[in-house]
Design a protein around this ligand. Structure first.
Ligand SMILES: [Zn+2]
Length: 134
C-alpha cells in the first residue's frame, strides 16, 4: 500500500450531494434508486457536485438502470450511483456490465454516510471522501 506511484483514483462528494443521494435512496426503498453523477475529473480526482435523474429509468428490488443511449452526450457526467436495498455494497456482475462513466457508487441499506461505496469499472474499491459544507 505504501510507495506506490500509480495514479490513485479518488472520489469527493459534496455534503449536499450526499444528503440528496441518501434521501433519494430512502424514497425509492425497497426498490433500487439510480442517479447520474455530475462533476469534474482531473488527474484521477473525481469531484461530484450534482445529480441528474436519468431519463427512462427503471427500477425494482434488485435492478436499477437506464438505457445509456437516451443520455445526451455530456462531459460533466462522471458516473452513476444506485442503491442496494438488500444491504450489499459490492457491485453485481450486471452493475459492472452496465458501468457508466468513471466511477460507480453503491449505497447499501440503511443509507447512511458510511453506506456509500465507490467502485471502478473493474470492481475495485475507490477511496471516497465527503467534502464538508463550506
Ligand atoms: Zn447493483
Amino acid at each position: 500500500m505504501f510507495g506506490g506511484k500509480k495514479l490513485e483514483r479518488t472520489v469527493t462528494l459534496r455534503r449536499d450531494v450526499v444528503d440528496s443521494i441518501l434521501s433519494y435512496c430512502q424514497i425509492k426503498h425497497p426498490n433500487e434508486g439510480v442517479l447520474i453523477l455530475k462533476g469534474k475529473s482531473k488527474r484521477g480526482q473525481i469531484s461530484v457536485n450534482g445529480l441528474v435523474i436519468p431519463p427512462f429509468s427503471e427500477s425494482g428490488p434488485t435492478f436499477a438502470g437506464f438505457p445509456h443511449s437516451f443520455l445526451p452526450f455530456d462531459l460533466s457526467y462522471v458516473g452513476m450511483v444506485h442503491s442496494h436495498p438488500s444491504g450489499s455494497a459490492e457491485p453485481s456482475v450486471t452493475d459492472l456490465h452496465n458501468f457508466f462513466g468513471l466511477v460507480s457508487l453503491i449505497v447499501q441499506f440503511p443509507y447512511k454516510d458510511e453506506s456509500i461505496f465507490a467502485w471502478d469499472s473493474g470492481g475495485n474499491p475507490v477511496p471516497l471522501s465527503i467534502q464538508p459544507e463550506l
